[in-house]
Design a binder for this molecule. Structure first.
Ligand code: NAD
Length: 329
């Protein structure tokens, strides 16, 4: 039962048991929202700050109806997805699940939001929608939002995101819904997946460095020269909220433009830890050669762009993962 105060805005956060969704719940609570979180699992790394947390499967339309039946939410944040880092989405082994699970969640939530009169929706797309052919060099000049077409993502994960972007935008045009879409570029920070195969590069590097004995060795997939930009969670949340408060539908890049190689990321984690380790390059799933966020559109559209230095985010991420590694030992 929805027990909110009349003056409170009501937000429904799908994917609230995940990394970004969990942080978003906290941010919305700090802003005074009533928050109902929904996920197929509880948050693995911290207690939820949501007023209510409902466990269930968003692939089931009946469940999506149930969680929206007792009130009209002012805002829906749709972050639930079958997702992971390169070790999950680039091996090909999970392609059918990734496409079917995430597309079903999005189809359900768009239809139910329309049915229930939830007009304002945030959808989390990804930098993985950008064409592989323009990401073949390590010194990627930055992907502009308009680079998405002609389309050619390098993974089924990216194709599903592109489909769902278009699906939400079609609901905006045909059903007068207020849609806001962000393309996240590698978000990282504490309280995210850091082991098990679904973790992303910053968490993986922190874990490997934290686990390695001084003078030891860590493994990096490929030659480690592949580049990315990584955005700390706090700036991601700032981007989401600014986008939702704006008249901009997007899609808008929410990413850093501080390009770093995976070797560079590994060295950064070693510097933070004060450990000198050697890097062993092994075969592994890689994704594109170079990817960076181009941020002139977000600056123009929202009057803001991410500016925090990656090293600062890596310090707090490393501290949290090192603590988790010690707890497990
Ligand atoms: P996450 O995996 O931590 O969170 C996703 C959540 O969705 C998980 O808690 C999962 O249990 C939930 N979920 C999956 N299937 C579900 C189902 N059938 N029913 C209910 N819940 C279900 O991932 P995240 O990093 O927090 O990412 C959040 C969103 O942002 C995702 O849509 C992701 O694709 C997108 N994104 C993330 C990044 C990033 O760098 N983390 C980059 C680009 C896009």
């Amino acid at each position: 039962m929805c027990a909110y105060r009349p003056e409170q805005k009501k937000a429904l956060v799908c994917g609230a048991g995940g990394f970004i969704g969990g942080h978003l719940v906290t941010r919305l609570k700090n802003e005074g929202y009533f928050v109902r979180g929904v996920d197929i699992k509880n948050h693995e790394h911290k207690a939820t700050d949501a007023d209510e947390f409902i466990l269930g499967d968003l692939r089931e339309q009946a469940f999506c109806r149930k969680i929206t039946s007792d009130t009209t939410f002012d805002e829906l944040y749709q972050l639930a997805a079958d997702m992971g880092g390169a070790g999950y989405i680039f091996t090909g082994e999970h392609d059918a699940d990734v496409m079917h699970n995430s597309a079903t969640i999005n189809l359900n939530m768009a239809a139910v939001a329309r049915e229930r009169g939830i007009k304002k929706i945030f959808y989390s797309s990804s930098a993985c929608i950008y064409p592989a052919v323009i990401q073949t060099e390590t010194d990627n000049p930055g992907l502009r939002e308009t680079d998405a077409y002609p389309a050619g993502p390098d993974s089924e994960y990216g194709w599903e995101k592109l489909f769902s972007e278009r699906m939400y935008l079609s609901f905006m045009r045909n059903y007068n819904m207020d849609i806001h879409i962000a393309r996240f570029h590698n978000i990282f920070g504490p309280y995210g997946t850091w082991e098990g195969g679904k973790e992303m590069a910053p968490a993986a590097m922190c874990r490997k460095v934290a686990e390695a004995p001084g003078g030891g060795e860590i493994e990096v997939w490929g030659d480690g020269e592949q580049t990315r930009t990584f955005l700390y969670i706090d700036e991601c949340l700032e981007g989401i909220r600014r986008l939702m408060e704006s008249k901009v539908s997007g899609p808008v890049n929410i990413g850093s433009d501080e390009l770093i190689s995976i070797n560079g990321l590994a060295n950064m984690a070693m510097d933070i830890a004060g450990k000198k380790l050697s890097i062993k390059h092994i075969q592994g799933p890689l994704g594109v050669r170079g990817r960076s966020s181009e941020n002139s559109y977000i600056l123009k559209a929202l009057g803001w762009r991410p500016t925090a230095k990656q090293i600062d985010g890596m310090r707090s991420t490393y501290a949290w993962i090192e603590g988790e590694v010690k707890k497990r030992a």
